[in-house]
Write a new protein. Structure first.
Length: 359
């Protein structure tokens, strides 16, 4: 038996419970968790913004040590440190054939399977494939990547989602170039990674926006040169800070219609607006035909930072080892399983950066 945070039903509070894991079967790996990040996507799963089969163990950003492997698993062995990859690509679908592995049509197939049981025999699903809100988990072999050397194993959990997403949004989706001006709207875990990525890319100015004035010091430590407290004049404030032109790139990390619209309006003529935040179906953003023509901006979505984890985690590790990327900076709370509901509440209130469940 291992302890886990179980979501019994959509809209229900998490329950800390004993669960029973099977031995890993062919192509599976059992992992003892070192740490798991509490991501806004986990909150979206609890309230139904995103749908998963329930009851489930959530948590999709994690790292740990291999306990056992099933037949056919050769890239990791018991005792190895690993980073969990919640969206393993299949290599066979249309998107994978195009090289767009972050859009793999089969990436979340495993989330519908039964992977464990509660002590009373109730079947459990693995949230977004990896069920990291537990002392141990059993995952498909494609869900584990060797942990990079020289990176603390607990901090390496952040590489599995927040850092890949924020870094990828800047480097792959927006393709930020040295000397450009970048705005990042939303200074949570992904936003902090995006701020650091913009600095790494050589952005001349990095403007951070958040509803909380209390995040300014954290944002500046991550690389922000300017800080704006969000309001109904956010876009105007950002344009004024850039001589009326607007930023070259705006990265939206919130997923709300008003924030997406503000990001769009703060982008210069011909600039790029990238939406990273996951919003609900009720969050509708409108544009008129004339403004689309006049401004000539590009608006794009961004899934998992448009990254290939197998390719990009080693790159991120190089930045960490060189001191360009600070994972510890992003962690504002280190908690146990029991602290996850409070971490969700903090996110809803717009507080903090990344809470990290440390086992």
């Amino acid at each position: 038996m291992v302890r886990a945070a179980v979501l019994p039903a959509i809209g229900s509070p998490l329950e800390i419970a004993d669960i029973e894991l099977p031995d890993p079967g062919p192509g599976q790996v059992r992992v003892r968790l070192a740490a798991a990040g509490v991501c806004h996507s986990d909150l979206s799963l609890t309230n139904g913004t995103m749908r998963v089969p329930v009851p489930a163990v959530l948590g999709h950003e994690g790292s740990g040590t291999v306990v056992a492997v099933g037949a056919g698993v050769a890239h990791v062995a018991p005792g190895d440190g690993v980073v969990l990859n919640w969206a393993p690509s299949c290599g066979d679908c249309h998107a994978c054939g195009l090289g767009e592995v972050w859009l793999c049509g089969n990436a979340l197939t495993g989330a519908g399977a039964v992977y464990a049981r509660r002590a009373d025999g109730t079947d459990l699903h693995p949230g977004l494939n990896v069920a990291a809100f537990a002392q141990e988990t059993v995952v498909a072999a494609g869900c584990v990547l060797p942990a990079p050397e020289g990176v603390p194993l607990a901090d390496a959990a952040l590489l599995g989602c927040a850092v890949l997403t924020g870094y990828g949004a800047v480097h792959h989706a927006a393709r930020v170039r040295a000397g450009e001006t970048v705005a990042v709207l939303g200074v949570g875990g992904v936003g902090l990674a995006a701020l650091q990525a913009a600095r790494i890319a050589g952005a001349a100015r990095v403007l951070a926006v958040d509803v909380s004035a209390g995040k300014e010091a954290l944002a500046r430590a991550a690389g922000a040169t300017d800080y704006v407290v969000a309001s109904d004049r956010t876009a105007r404030d950002l344009r004024e800070l850039t001589g009326g032109h607007g930023v070259d790139v705006a990265v939206e990390c919130v997923g709300r219609a008003v924030t997406i619209r503000a990001a769009w309006e703060s982008t210069r003529r011909g600039g790029r607006t990238v939406v990273v935040g996951i919003g609900g179906k009720d969050q509708r953003v409108t544009f008129n035909a004339l403004e689309l023509f006049h401004w000539g901006r590009t608006l794009s979505g961004c899934v998992y930072g448009n990254t290939d984890p197998a390719r990009d985690v080693p790159v991120l590790a190089d930045h960490v080892r060189a001191g360009r990327l600070d994972l510890g900076l992003m962690v504002t709370d280190r908690i146990g399983l029991e602290g996850i509901p409070a971490a969700f509440a903090s996110m809803e209130a717009g507080k903090g950066g990344r809470a990290l469940v440390v086992f």
